[in-house]
Every structure is written in structure tokens, then in C-alpha cells.
Design a protein around this ligand. Structure first.
Ligand SMILES: [Zn+2]
Length: 232
């Protein structure tokens, strides 16, 4: 058997990915906790601002719902529903407005046929199959020393990496839209926007961290496959 679990130095790649993810997560929690306590002067709640921005862009038929959970906010393109966590839904904080209108940004991307979002939606099934099958296939290839299986596992995982990468422009663009919409609509003052920007930037960094972690995992698979060849 060519694969020895405990003598595998590529574990450090996983640890780096994990660490970067934890740092990004704690940064977003910190920014959210801070700016969720700072009310905006205009006083619109997340749900009110989202409704007004949706309506002013002609998206009257996109519904807004409150959902359980912390930072569970998302736009569902299939149902065309904006789901806001209850804390964001009913709060007029700098954090709540940023998150609520970021989700409106996704609804606008969807309505306007923004290409990276469409591509991301197309990749969802492929990426989820890829990420769940990649390791079983790869390990089978490693244990049985069947090289083509290693490549199939790597390609399957690469689909998940592509998905993580295409998520980045989608998220950055939604946040840019949010800041512009909040500014243009008078929902936030100039000085308030700095706090909202920090929350959205920290949230975007969690996607960067996730993409980085998946690239490191892909690198690890390539190293393991290469190491197997040297020992053959
Ligand atoms: Zn988003």
C-alpha cells in the first residue's frame, strides 16, 4: 500500500486552509457583532430597505421572508425569494442594511442575467457531486493503486474548486451593488457606509478563504497522486 496516513506531510495544506477559514470567520463575526449594534440614522430596517430597493428596480414580485439562524441570509433564485435572518430583517443597524441589500444585489444579478451568477447556478449540481465523490474515488485509486481513478477524483474535486472561484465575482459584485444602492437611496450616510463596507468586506473574505482552502486541497490531491507515482 502506497498511502500511509500518518506519514503524509500534505496535511499541513489542510491545516493552513482550516486556519485561514477560522480567521476569516472570526473577522466576519467581529465586524457583524460590532456594526449590528450601530443603528443607521435613516432608521429603515433590513426588510424595509430591501423591499424599497427591490421595488425601485421593478422587482415587485420578489418576496422577502424572515428565516431562523445567524447570518443565514440568502437569495433563492429558484423561488425568487429573499430570505433574511430575523436579526437582519427587523434591525436598522449598519450590518443589517448591508447584508439585506447585498442579498438584493443577488436578486438584481439574477433579474439582469449577470453571467457569473448564471454560470454558478449551472455548476451547482456538478460541484456538489464532484465534491462528495472526489475523495472516495481518489482514496480507492490510492489504495488499489489504480492511477486513472486518481485522475477522476482530482477532476471531480477541481469542479468544486471552479465553483468556489466563480462564487467570488458573484459575491464581490453583490456587495458593490449594495453599497451603491444604500448610498444612492439615502439609506446610509457617508460615515455610516464605512461600517457597512467593513461588514461586507469581511463577509467576502470568508468566500476568499473557502476558495483558498479548496485550492490547497486540490494541491494536496495532486501531491498525493504525484507521490504515489514516485513510489510505484
Ligand atoms: Zn452573497
Amino acid at each position: 500500500m502506497s498511502y500511509l496516513f500518518w506519514s503524509d506531510p500534505t496535511w499541513s495544506l489542510l491545516l493552513i486552509g482550516l486556519l485561514v477559514g477560522l480567521i476569516a470567520q472570526s473577522a466576519v463575526n467581529g465586524a457583524y457583532n460590532k456594526y449590528a449594534r450601530v443603528p443607521s440614522a435613516a432608521g429603515f430596517t433590513g426588510a424595509e430597505a430591501a423591499r424599497r430597493v427591490l421595488d425601485s428596480n421593478g422587482l415587485y414580485d420578489v418576496a422577502i421572508e424572515a428565516v431562523q439562524g445567524r447570518l443565514s441570509d440568502h437569495y433563492d433564485p429558484r423561488a425568487r425569494v429573499l430570505r433574511l435572518s430575523s436579526a437582519v430583517y427587523g434591525s436598522s443597524s449598519l450590518a443589517a442594511l448591508g447584508i439585506a441589500v447585498h442579498e438584493v444585489g443577488h436578486a438584481l444579478q439574477h433579474a439582469q442575467g449577470y453571467k457569473p451568477l448564471a454560470l454558478r447556478s449551472t455548476l451547482v449540481p456538478l460541484a456538489s457531486v464532484g465534491s462528495s465523490l472526489s475523495w472516495p474515488i481518489f482514496l480507492l485509486g490510492l489504495v488499489l493503486s489504480i492511477r486513472p481513478l486518481l485522475y477522476v477524483g482530482i477532476i471531480a474535486f477541481a469542479l468544486a474548486v471552479v465553483f468556489q472561484l466563480i462564487t467570488l465575482p458573484v459575491e464581490f459584485n453583490a456587495s458593490l451593488r449594495a453599497l451603491t444602492l444604500l448610498n444612492d437611496g439615502g439609506y446610509l450616510t457617508q460615515s455610516e457606509q464605512a461600517g457597512t463596507r467593513k461588514v461586507l468586506r469581511a463577509a467576502a473574505m470568508t468566500y476568499v478563504a473557502a476558495a483558498l482552502a479548496s485550492i490547497l486541497q486540490l494541491l494536496r490531491l495532486l501531491m498525493l497522486a504525484g507521490g504515489g507515482r514516485r513510489r510505484d
